[in-house]
Design a protein around this ligand. Structure first.
Ligand code: ZN
Length: 380
């Protein structure tokens, strides 16, 4: 069993960009590493460098021809029309960029390693992970691989059976849903903005009995997320009695994110994480979406602080502030005149508000849906 939470990261994420106009031009994981170190929250003993996954390891879920195509495109830095048609590589969404294989293979390598290290219990954070749209044989929604699926298969390979997957990224986890559709030892809970791409995961889609999908209206606030947490997510996870929890903590549900329209503060993410801690002997926390460099850096650093029981200071020390002041958000109006608190704090002001009837109704509808009994109970 791991004696302390581990942070899996890599320098490959520093300076890597999907291109000048792509939402993933902003630094994310490197900010979290820098901020956590500036706060003295990340001693060398807690940090592991993610290994790059070998193609063969990726074949446990991904199609070999697709992996070979990714490697070839990285080498040539060119996607053929056939690559775009078959694999969606080289599209506007999933562009060719210098580390098009190495970067996702490193995020995936971290998640595969996490599955192995968690076999005997513990807590691991891989903020580069969370590419929940990746499909078996093609890129999808900025995701070339699907490291959450690989992490869960890695857990299974190392003897961990029942997995609760909780995803509060603003987008529905369509790739993970295809990977574990109908798997009775997996409970996938997704809270996502309704009518947002990929527009999958409606409330009546239970992925063959394996999923609880809660689409939420625009403007979701902290009070509404607290209700979802206490009346839906925690009871469902507890009743499932998981051997492991995989928590995808996408940062695009916060008010300042440019791609989604929810209104959470980072308190909502940290509070859910705190509540999930201890509900299973194994916890893997992954990143996900998040396209405002300040929101992502602050939220995901707070995730590590939560996992390691740190006190979040009201005002950041100068070294941490300097990390945030060093960020740029070119090509977005939010980068022109960032508010002071994006530089000086980690914690957002809470964004409480009225709990709308439509949110209550949907939560109660999903509450009433009976869970599948554990596989062992069904066999007897
Ligand atoms: Zn997202």
């Amino acid at each position: 069993m791991l004696t302390r939470p581990l942070f899996i990261g890599s320098e490959i994420f520093r300076g890597s960009s999907y291109g000048r106009w792509h939402p993933l031009r902003v630094p994310r994981v490197s900010t979290v590493m820098d901020l956590a170190r500036a706060l003295d929250w990340l001693p060398a003993e807690a940090f592991l460098t993610a290994p790059r996954a070998k193609p063969k390891a990726l074949h446990i879920w991904h199609d070999p021809d697709y992996i070979a195509a990714l490697q070839r495109v990285e080498e040539t830095q060119h996607a053929t029309p056939d690559d775009t048609a078959r694999y969606d590589i080289g599209s506007v969404t999933n562009p060719v960029f210098p580390e098009i294989f190495r970067r996702p293979a490193t995020a995936a390598g971290g998640s595969l390693l996490a599955g192995e290290l968690l076999a005997r219990g513990g807590v691991i954070y891989n903020p580069a992970g969370g590419t929940h749209h990746g499909m078996r044989g093609r890129a999808n929604g900025f995701c070339y691989l699907n490291d959450p699926v690989l992490a869960m298969l890695s857990l299974r390979h190392h003897g961990v059976r029942r997995i609760a997957y909780v995803d509060i990224d603003a987008h529905h986890c369509d790739g993970v849903a295809t990977g574990f559709h109908g798997d009775r030892d997996c409970l996938m809970i997704s809270v996502h903005e309704e009518r947002l791409w990929p527009r999958t995961g409606p409330i009546d889609d239970d992925a063959g009995g394996s999923a609880v999908n809660l689409p939420v209206p625009r403007g979701l606030n902290d009070s509404e997320m607290a209700l979802i947490r206490d009346d839906l997510i925690l009871p469902k996870v507890r009743a499932f009695r998981p051997d492991a929890i995989v928590f995808l903590c996408g940062a695009d549900g916060v008010e300042e994110d440019p791609l989604a329209h929810l209104s959470l503060s980072n308190n909502a993410h940290w509070a859910l994480l705190r509540a999930l801690m201890g509900l299973a002997p194994r916890l893997l926390v992954l990143g996900g979406g998040g396209y405002n460099p300040w929101s992502v850096g602050r939220l995901w650093t707070g995730v590590w602080g939560t996992l390691t029981g740190q006190h979040v200071p009201d005002r950041l020390p100068p070294r941490a502030e300097a990390v945030l002041r060093g960020l740029r958000f070119d090509g977005n109006r939010r980068g022109k005149n960032p508010p002071e608190h994006w530089f000086t704090t980690l914690r957002d002001a809470p964004r409480d508000g009225p709990v709308r009837d439509e949110v209550k109704r949907r939560v109660h509808r999903l509450q009433r849906r009976a869970p599948y009994p554990p596989a062992a109970a069904r066999m007897s």
